[in-house]
Ligand binder design. Structure first.
Ligand code: SF4
Length: 325
């Protein structure tokens, strides 16, 4: 199967920003890489990588001296480990601003960064000071990325080995791609309302409070300039989806869907469906089990609202994500 054929025909390729070393480019300080097999093998078929090595981008050679973040209370600086007078902070900030401005012109749907790097790390990066080192820093480039594109799903390579974090990140990638596809060249109130309608159950499963808040926000869409609303909705949507869909919230959403079939199912079928949802809630069955049963009933008893819900098919089955959740 070709990469492109794994994607839904109507779906554009997902552009994924990535620390270049994570897809195997030998750009690290020691001429090595940090290839992530999950990213290249499992995610690769669904995305188009946009690799960036900010250190090479600022003109640093390969190999090069190691660098680190230091704090002098006034600011955090990016300097050479063995010679702190070699300060790359301003160069890195200038590169970051220029690169991120160009990334904003693309419909980037996510970003995978290399953990622990003083440039690319997303969290718990070491910051050195006279008193020692703390693990409270963020890589200088990634910090700018997070500030300037706050809606963008960003994850570290290592964290994607966690099945729950992986599922959440991928769900966000596909949702943002879907959002861009639905908006096309020109967002309209009608397009946003239609998109939101398809994501109601997804939002319910990720964060019930945001589900309510976004519903209220969308009800006031006519009061906004459409471009302003587009930006606000995209941000709120992606913030809501960054909450992991818990077993409890997923189970409540499944129970909500079950209500649509009440009048069609026999008491035995209802009991069976209830049992499967309860066993999912208790951790005995994976999410795929109740979803498969509900989809079966949806085929027998079609419902236009449920059929369009992304909750029932958030990403391609080939990714096999709901088998372990
Ligand atoms: S972590 Fe970032 S800066 Fe370092 S080699 Fe990888 S891409 Fe380049």
């Amino acid at each position: 199967m070709t990469h492109q054929s794994l994607l839904n025909d109507s779906q554009s390729k997902i552009e994924l920003g990535i620390s270049a070393c994570v897809i195997g480019d030998k750009v690290r300080f020691d001429s090595g890489h940090k290839l992530s097999k999950f990213v290249t093998k499992e995610l690769g078929p669904f995305v188009k990588f946009v690799p960036v090595c900010p250190e090479v981008g600022t003109g640093m050679p390969v190999p090069r001296p190691t660098i680190r973040l230091i704090s002098d209370k006034e600011r955090i600086a990016l300097v050479e480990t063995k010679d702190e007078t070699q300060d790359y902070t301003d160069k890195m900030l200038a590169f970051s601003n220029q690169k991120i401005a160009s990334l904003k012109l693309k419909q980037l749907c996510g970003y995978v960064v290399c953990a622990k790097s003083p440039t690319c790390g997303m969290e718990r990066v070491k910051v050195y000071s006279k008193g020692g080192a703390s693990k409270e820093g963020v890589g200088l480039y990634t910090q700018q990325l997070m500030q300037q594109m706050p809606w963008l799903p960003i994850e570290e390579d290592g964290r994607l080995n966690d099945p729950v974090l992986k599922e959440n990140f991928i769900a966000r990638l596909f949702s943002l791609r879907d959002f861009y596809d639905c908006m096309g060249d020109e967002p309209t109130a009608g397009k946003i309302v239609a998109f939101h309608s398809r994501y109601k159950l997804t939002l319910m499963s990720h964060h019930p409070q945001s589900y309510k808040e976004l519903g209220k926000l969308v009800a006031t869409i006519s009061e906004y300039d459409i471009d302003e609303f587009y930006e606000l909705y995209r941000l709120k949507l992606m913030q809501a989806l960054s909450n992991r869909a818990s077993r409890k919230n997923n189970s409540n959403t499944l129970m909500h869907i079950q209500g649509y079939f009440k009048k069609w199912l026999s008491s035995q079928e209802k009991q069976e469906l209830r049992r499967v949802i309860d066993e999912y809630r208790e951790g005995v069955l994976p999410l795929l089990s109740p979803i498969t049963l509900l989809k079966h009933y949806l085929t027998l008893y079609p419902d236009a609202y449920l059929q369009q819900q992304k909750f029932l098919a958030p990403h391609p089955q080939d990714l096999r994500l709901r088998y372990s959740l």
